[in-house]
Design a binder for this molecule. Structure first.
Ligand code: SF4
Length: 372
């Protein structure tokens, strides 16, 4: 099936707990295949934490399997299948984020990806949800958990992709973990018939018109509205990261107060993102990055958040925009905004906790939108 999809120029992805890779022959065959990407779900950096979520799994066996797969791919001189080590950040394992990054590097995977947990049992949500707000996809509003952000009926997955279970059932996406929404069976029909069939059309219409009626879709971040400032992107599109020293740049800020405020913002953003700052162009300090692609085909990379000590003000880049954060903005203090720019004269003009929450929420939103 993978080879057939490859011939038709369809990119394929397999998401696995990696257990079968412990079989050396299987690991080699998969490495030799035309698969595009292999997502390896490893939600712990030690046997102890791994077992909390994957109770029947064996950490050491999975790691051995991943090593075999990476080694086989290396021996074959192949770049694909790309290997992503995926880690769902939960209360019991969030202390292992650095350890899993280190493990990913040591194993030689292409990326380590952190995901926020999806909750089904909200009564016991706090037992699962991490403390780190970047990896909590829910707000608590009047005692109820609600997805951060708002969504339209838009879901690109129902138009651009499908998931197929091990036994040939076609389902809308990998969030349908128990194959509740079977749209067809490859044992009875070919994929084109299923893709164009009544079941698929009915499901697409349901998502478009009554997404709230589907529990799985209600709890999914796909299609969350974003308020990216396209105009700012157009203006800043040529802004690229450089190797210039952030410290030297900030030390060169003439205004003493602005310089001191800049170093405070630097620390706050470093703490929120967990990333090291980089100079973007001559005067923006950026943290992290994401890859964007417009429907027009234009694409590029930009930072997740950042700031610039300009002559007239301190400009903070809140890439998710402000409309979704009305409550926070009401409590923030004295400021002006552009579409994704927050302008403040000095740090004392705003509440530092509210500012930090705003940056945290924006970064979490961008990561959900572009990295999960
Ligand atoms: S769960 Fe999410 S990705 Fe899947 S069909 Fe629903 S909205 Fe789309």
């Amino acid at each position: 099936m993978i080879d057939y999809a490859y011939e038709k120029k369809i990119f394929t992805v397999i998401s696995t707990n990696g257990t079968r890779l412990a079989n050396p022959q299987f690991a080699r065959e998969l490495a030799a295949s035309k698969l595009g990407r292999l997502i390896l779900s490893v939600d712990g950096a030690t046997e102890e934490t791994y077992k909390v979520y994957r109770q029947a799994g064996h950490f050491s066996r999975v790691i051995r399997g991943i090593r075999q797969f990476i080694e086989a791919r290396r021996e074959l001189g192949k770049k694909y299948p790309l290997a992503d080590l995926q880690f769902i950040v939960m209360a019991h394992n969030e202390h292992e984020m650095d350890a899993i990054k280190k493990l990913g590097k040591e194993l030689g995977v292409d990326r380590v990806i952190f995901k926020s947990p999806q909750i089904y049992d909200f009564e016991n949500a706090e037992q699962t949800l991490p403390q780190n707000p970047r990896f909590r996809r829910y707000h608590k509003v009047n005692g109820e958990y609600r997805l951060k952000g708002s969504y339209s009926g838009y879901c690109k997955k129902i138009w651009y992709g499908s998931a197929i279970t091990w036994d040939g059932k076609v389902i809308p996406c990998c969030f349908d973990k128990d194959a509740e929404f079977q749209l067809g069976d490859l044992a009875d029909s070919n994929f084109a018939e299923i893709w164009e069939g009544d079941n698929y059309h009915r499901f697409r219409n349901l998502v478009r018109n009554k997404r709230d009626s589907i529990e799985m879709c209600k709890n999914c971040t796909e299609g969350l509205k974003i308020f990216l400032n396209r105009r700012m992107h157009m203006a800043d599109i040529k802004t690229k990261p450089t190797d210039n020293s952030v410290t030297d740049f900030l030390n060169s800020v003439e205004d003493e107060k602005k310089r001191a405020d800049s170093f405070k913002i630097l620390e706050m953003m470093r703490e929120v993102t967990g990333d090291e700052p980089k100079m973007w162009g001559p005067s923006i300090v950026g943290f992290g990055d994401y890859h964007y692609k417009y429907e027009s085909g234009r694409e590029g990379d930009f930072f997740l958040t950042g700031f610039s000590p300009r002559k007239q003000n301190l400009t903070l880049y809140i890439m998710a925009g402000f409309k979704r954060y009305e409550e926070l903005m009401a409590k923030l203090g004295k400021y002006k905004t552009g579409k994704s720019c927050l302008y403040i004269k000095k740090l004392e003009d705003v509440d530092p906790d509210v500012l930090k929450t705003l940056v945290t929420e924006s970064v979490a939103h961008m990561e959900r939108q572009y990295k999960q």
